[in-house]
Design a protein around this ligand. Sequence first.
Ligand code: SOE
Length: 394
Amino acid sequence: MEAEKPLRVAMVGHGFMGAAHSQAWRVAPRFFDLPLRPEMTLLAGRDADRTAAAARKWGWTEPTTDWREAVTREDIDVVDIVTPGASHAEIAVAALDAGKHVLCEKPLANTVEEARAMADAAARAKARGVRAMVGFTYRRLPATTHARNLVAAGAVGTVRQVRAVYLQDWLVDADAPLTWRLQQEQAGSGVLGDLGAHIIDLAQYVTGRQLTEVSGTLETLVAERPVPDAAAGAVGLGAGGAGAGRAPVTVDDVALFTGRFDDGVLGSFEATRMATGRKNGLRLEVSGSRGALSFDLEDLNFLDFYDYTAPAGQQGFTRIMVTEPEHPYLSAWWPAGHSLGYEHGFVHQAKDFVEAVADGGQPAPSFADGLQVQQVLDAVSRSSADSSIWTPVK
Ligand code: SOE
């Protein structure tokens, strides 16, 4: 039954994440019985024509080139931030201080200081019934929540080790343009914050543990790239215009780090956009005393489980098809075996956010959770700056 009370949303930004969030706001109330009815009221962007086109394409009632409208207008209840990280803090703090609920894409910010300011603003706003959530959507796939539930139920026994990788290859071509994700001032970091943030959050979510110390290496493999003509002016890459040439890459291409969780368990992490042939290869494996769990985002309807307690002749990884109605989120969708996709994590995120806003609960992950991930990212970056972590072979 459709909710009566609207929840009027303004989204700031309209790139790849803008598309994913737009679909989520449109689809969530049609598959879940939500306590509030999301309304796609306002879309804010920098360029008037492109923002108007995006609003028409994705179903937003009104475009604007002034994001502050999202914060000041009385007919807006939620500000959904899908811009590059450089603007997350300014928009989120203004929105929370104005009494708007906020959903903000990952990573929460570009620095720990910005993330802390956002978490503080969220704490102030919470006292007034305003809620904030950071968008780590991979924890909202049925298989990852099922994995978390299995670990918590002791299915793998004592957790011994965690290993997580997030492998993409869209930067293997040295002539791939210098877009905002490759600029320190826009993105805060490279693959560390872009993909590393995902595996940090997911490893912590599935194991129910938090990282307390790390040792890492960041590397830039391609030192300069072509400046995209269209973006040259927009993201401060100089005069822009045709043939603006090449500019230095100011962020990491590869992030490798080890981590120790709060109970001493060790984890290994790799995030790269240079893994030739890997398109969206997030893999998480938890090794325990009684078994193991393995998740592959490129095969996201399945979870592999190994029962170490089974008779020797019956041991082997079992492919659990996580599509049964009793599995997380699935009762709203199709019969068993009909599969979900990348976009469903965003739909589940919108659903969980609306429910938390309606019942006054604390959406997870909170901005405090986002700050903790930012602190892990910052620790990896600081560790990488310390050359003493390398021991010469001799
Ligand atoms: C990077 O290519 C990227 O778009 C990330 O920024 C997203 O967070 C991830 O979901 C897909 O890959």
